[in-house]
Design a protein around this ligand. Structure first.
Ligand SMILES: Nc1ncnc2c1ncn2[C@@H]1O[C@H](COP(=O)(O)OP(=O)(O)O)[C@@H](O)[C@H]1O
Ligand SMILES: [Mg+2]
Length: 422
């Protein structure tokens, strides 16, 4: 079959590595792709949110299956547009992807279906949001834009002055455009975060091992948040008791609730969870896709045929299907440009890629470009070095062993990825 992957980063590189080993697959296209993806697939430049052009491309090239990496095309309705043309595509519809696309939608949904999440209030005008922040509530609180903000729309604020500045940026200066016209102010939860990602057919689901991302830019979870500086799986905090609770109170009620609300959800469903000190989990947010960097640890752990898994989900036949996973641990370390998530230089030559020869290590490309002179940096997150190990310490050693070979001017990475799992 012919497969089309939408996206261009490390997550899509991890998807591609799984797709290419499937015996069912004969040809792979990536849109817009990257130099690194071009090593395995034919890349075609179409903006990933130009849905009309993507439909035309898939029709013209007789694509048998499309897999969507990032959230934007999903929230813009790529799945609806493909399905209207009888093109097979894996991901939630426009309505269903509102679970990620609108935090207000997600919160209202959770409330309606009794799904445990932080308490919140929603605001559409600055004056009422301001009045609320000054009403003597307990701080910290978490302020979030309703819409997609590329991971920059969430602020944890310690007091009313800081809060007023944030809502001013969001609602008055419209720093996040349309996404910040509506906001939520949410109760701050303390605990350990985990990412629990399932594949659902609209009724049933199968799950990946739980992972933990490392959002802050510096060791010890210090510094500003990033798109993610590394991840590991399985996550030790996510024990069997928590898993059962999350399935019973969050995942299954969500899948059932979406179906009852006439927005059946098919695709990856990513629950961002806070595991509270009392050993119960609450939902922080949903994402309507695989995570990045979670994909770079979870997909290497998947032993079963990835295409078969997707086909089961698309035909509503996940019941009785059990994907197999490696019993190993996986760790990935994101190598970033110096200065990221702030300003950073581009076009710096990357050295040492050829020294990574360990078959249990994969270097996924998140922001690179091939030039006459080898790969250079073009993004904030540049490479995601992922390793398997018989246990977590072995995977950590192997990942950092590979990282030590790779370099460029100003490269920055965290040295403590996976430590919280030991
Ligand atoms: N209610 C909360 N309590 C504590 N921390 C939170 C809360 N909500 C979000 N966070 C922190 O902010 C991060 C980003 O929030 P999230 O809701 O996942 O938004 P997004 O990923 O869309 O930016 C979370 O990963 C978590 O670290
Ligand atoms: Mg998040």
């Amino acid at each position: 079959m012919k497969v089309l992957i939408i996206g261009s980063g490390g997550r899509e590189h991890a998807l591609l590595k799984k797709v290419v080993v499937s015996p069912k697959v004969k040809k792979i296209y990536c849109v817009p792709g990257s130099s690194a993806l071009e090593e395995t697939a034919e890349c075609v430049f179409i903006p990933p949110d130009n849905i009309g052009m993507l439909v035309d491309f898939a029709k013209h090239h007789k694509i048998d299956l499309t897999i969507v990496g990032p959230e934007l095309p999903l929230t813009k309705g790529i799945v609806d547009a493909f399905e209207a043309e009888q093109l097979k595509i894996f991901g939630p519809s426009r309505d269903a992807s509102q679970l990620e696309g609108s935090k207000v939608f997600c919160k209202q949904f959770c409330q309606r279906h009794g799904i445990p999440t932080a308490g919140y209030r929603e605001f559409e005008d600055f004056a009422s949001a301001k009045e609320y922040l000054l009403s003597g509530l307990g701080y910290p609180v978490v302020i979030k834009t309703d819409g997609l903000a590329a991971g920059k729309g969430v602020s944890i604020v310690q007091g009313p002055d800081e809060g007023l500045k944030i809502i001013n940026d969001m609602m008055v200066y419209e720093k996040f455009g349309e996404a910040g016209r509506r906001i939520i102010v949410e109760e701050f939860l303390r605990g350990a975060e985990a990412s629990f990602i399932v594949v659902t057919d609209g009724s049933r689901f199968v799950s990946f091992p739980a992972a933990q991302d490392h959002k802050a830019v510096f060791d010890g979870d210090v510094g500003p948040n990033t798109g993610g500086m590394g991840a590991y799986a399985p996550a030790r905090v996510f024990d069997e008791k928590i898993r059962q609770q999350v399935i019973a109170t969050i995942i299954q009620p969500t899948i059932d609730g979406m179906r009852k609300d006439n927005k059946p959800y098919v695709g990856f469903l990513y629950a961002g969870l806070m595991i509270l000190p009392n050993g119960t989990a609450k939902l922080l947010e949903y994402n309507c896709r695989m995570g990045d960097p979670e994909a770079e640890v979870l997909l290497p752990l998947l032993k079963s045929d990835f295409i078969e898994l997707i086909e089961h989900a698309l035909s509503g036949k996940l019941g009785g299907y059990e994907p197999q996973f490696e019993s190993s641990s996986a760790v990935c370390v994101v190598m970033a440009s110096g200065g990221y998530p702030g300003h950073f230089k581009k076009g710096l030559r990357i050295t040492g890629l050829e020294s990574v020869v360990d078959p249990l290590v994969t270097v996924f490309h998140s922001g690179t470009k091939q030039t006459g002179n080898g790969y250079v940096t073009v993004g904030g997150r540049v490479l995601t070095v992922s390793a398997l190990g018989h246990d977590l310490p072995a995977a950590i050693d192997r990942a950092y062993g590979a990282v030590s070979h790779i370099s460029w001017d100003g490269v920055h990475y965290r040295k403590d990825i996976g430590k919280k799992g030991m």
